[in-house]
Design a protein around this ligand. Structure first.
Ligand code: H79
Length: 605
């Protein structure tokens, strides 16, 4: 072989190999750059604004149940009728600076607004479709231009929601089954994707300055190629613009939790949850079920404590006004943020993968923030922090007066505890933040530990899942940390945990209602075995029944159900392994065994 040819071959081989190797790593580096501001931000405003704000939940004098922006679908309104709303849409009270000021005062760092929702109406001046706010309404202004500029002026990031798959206005779009039969073979999604979706996404990426993120939604059965095409278009046109997880097929820049779902488990990844201030996204005149400022602050802290971003929605009216009830609550959240923002912005999630009954933890290098939703009546103790705490103080106390504390390590059982003496009253009834300043890098025991109140919680999201040899595992843990598809009694779970205070415990199994609290399935027969008992105890057996309800205020849409299974003696400070095996599972409703956690709660004697 000629020498130059050999060189050329080696050279080609090298660039081939290096290109292949550099691909994903390069993407990671780009993603790290794009997402830095977002991790710092933690808190954003979502805005659902469109023609649906006009009917505001009512059609032909009838209240239409469900989320407001779905009215066209829920009331099966023909395109020819729904379209007419545009002629009346004239939001004369719209003021971009005012909206941005509401977000800014709340402590939000970014805004994401609907450029086009499932109804197909563009809320910006589109050249691709005349069905848009500039051409089809008497308003004739492009409010998105005004908002993008106002946000920029105020130092907030700005992005767009875009419904890429559902478009109920288009014959070839997805979702409108009342104007055109669903399985009409002439309907061609690819045609809609090429002629409307892609050109409109290009418009929003090029007409409004650099975007912070594009928030796609309900990918449905869109192909991976299509998802990738959208991601590529976003990054090509706007290299610093993020793409949310709902672009579909797992190719976004970060994961999206389900609507109003606060993910559970041990999160190191980047994720975001969209949450409604009441129960709707788009304005509905009869939805007065507003979350209190306390719930909002706690959700924000809980999401940050799980390493996520909180995208909180407002639904302005057809006149262009953010409802006063929303503005008031956001202002209260802002007051809390003005004092406690340090415990949210730029923090990472808790190093401990489980929840606490008292609140949540966020961390920064050298600092631990304890978010106390419930203020303890006596001393407050936390287990598992191995690093020495230099000082502890209330974040709301500008003088940082040191709190009395005692930090101990019981060598015999390798148990770390920290106890603080707190003032009698909480600095803030919503969430009082205690700061622990640590010496050096934080080191935690992040196994499952008995808690200072004596209880032990074994969350489904942290258990081992086992399927029989050779069988495909159906059971999975959903984004809320709840077991789903657990219908096969041959699948089972186990947990290892440690106790520090022996005693007798009630064993309680917590399951979740599903379908937005509309349904639950019980009657499963379960067996619990604990390894490490001395003397060895008998296995417990019981039925998953609706013994009590647990309403978790920071997770209002999915109440939990408690089932009491029996009592057990854990009479040593030691490690145990608990195994949960169903004998039978009721699955007629296809919900099955929706396990949230197994709890061991000290009996009072
Ligand atoms: O934009 C908001 C929602 O409109 C959108 N995501 C958030 C951010 C969304 N699209 N689809 N879904 C949420 C799932 C919708 C389910 C339901 Fe229904 C709509 C439940 C009640 C109305 C469809 C119609 C399923 C049952 C009836």
């Amino acid at each position: 072989m000629k020498k130059w040819l050999a060189f050329l071959l080696v050279f080609l081989l090298l660039i081939g190999v290096s290109a292949a190797a550099a691909g994903p790593a390069q993407q990671d580096a780009e993603r790290e750059k794009r997402i830095a501001w977002w991790r710092e931000a933690r808190f954003g405003m979502f805005i659902h604004w469109g023609l649906y704000a006009l009917p505001a939940g009512e059609w032909n004098g009838q209240p239409i149940p469900g989320i407001g922006e779905w009215i066209m679908n829920r009331a099966k309104i023909p395109v020819s009728q729904y379209e007419k709303l545009a002629q009346q849409f004239n939001p004369v009270k719209f003021n971009a600076d005012e909206w941005v000021a509401v977000a800014k005062a709340a402590g939000m760092k970014y805004i994401v607004i609907t450029s086009k929702h499932h109804d197909g109406f563009a809320m910006y001046g589109s050249k691709v479709s005349k069905y848009n706010i500039v051409d089809a309404t008497p308003f004739h202004r492009d409010p998105m231009k005004e908002l993008a500029e106002a946000a920029k002026k105020a130092g907030l990031k700005f992005g767009f929601y875009y419904s890429q798959t559902q478009d109920w206005h288009e014959y070839d779009g997805n979702g409108n089954t009342w104007d055109w039969p669903e399985n009409d073979p002439k309907r061609d999604f690819a045609k809609y994707f090429e002629s409307k979706c892609k050109p409109q996404v290009k418009e929003i990426l090029t007409g409004y300055g650099p975007l912070a993120e594009v928030w796609f939604d309900t990918p449905r059965n869109i192909s991976k190629e299509m998802s990738l095409e959208l991601v590529k278009m976003v990054h090509d046109l706007n290299p610093m613009c993020l793409v949310d997880g709902r672009v579909g097929n797992g190719v976004g820049d970060y994961d999206s939790a389900g609507d109003n779902q606060i993910s559970a488990g041990n999160f190191k990844r980047d994720w975001e949850t969209p949450v409604t201030l009441n129960d709707t996204w788009g304005f509905k005149k009869d939805d007065h079920n507003w979350k209190s400022a306390a719930v909002l602050v706690r959700q924000l802290a809980q999401v940050a404590g799980r390493n996520g971003n909180y995208l909180l929605n407002v639904g302005p009216t057809a006149e262009g006004v953010i409802p006063a009830e929303s503005v008031e609550r956001l202002a209260d959240v802002g007051k809390w943020m003005a004092v406690n923002g340090e415990s949210i912005y730029g923090t990472s999630g808790s190093p401990l993968p489980y929840d606490f009954p008292w609140g949540a933890i966020t961390v920064k290098p050298g600092k631990v923030y304890l978010h106390m939703f419930e203020w303890p009546s006596e001393d407050f103790t936390i287990f598992g922090l191995k690093t020495k705490v230099k000082t502890a103080y209330l974040l709301a106390d500008a003088s940082h007066k040191e709190l009395w504390m005692k930090q101990e390590h019981d060598l015999k059982i390798d148990h770390h505890s920290l106890t603080l003496k707190l003032p009698r009253t909480a600095p803030d009834a919503k969430d009082s933040v205690i700061v622990l300043e640590t010496a050096g890098a934080q080191d935690w025991n992040n196994g499952l530990l008995q808690q200072p109140d004596g209880s032990i919680t074994l969350p489904a999201s942290l258990g081992g899942v086992h399927a029989p040899e050779g069988a495909k595992q159906e059971l999975r843990i959903d984004t809320r940390g709840v077991a789903e598809h657990w219908t096969n009694p041959k699948e089972w779970m186990n947990w290892e945990f440690r106790t520090s205070a022996p005693g007798r415990f009630n064993l309680v199994i917590v399951t979740s209602m599903q379908k937005d609290a509309r349904d639950w399935e019980g009657g499963h027969d379960v067996k619990v075995h604990i390894d490490g008992l001395n003397p060895a105890g008998k296995d417990l057996e019981g039925i998953i029944s609706d013994d009590a309800r647990l309403q978790n205020p920071s997770n209002p849409y999915w109440p939990y159900v408690e089932s009491r299974i029996g009592t057990v003696d854990l009479n040593r400070a030691a490690s145990y392994v608990l195994t949960l095996k169903p004998e039978s599972i009721e699955a007629a409703k296809k919900l099955g065994f929706t396990l949230v956690s197994v709890r061991l709660v000290p009996t009072t004697r």
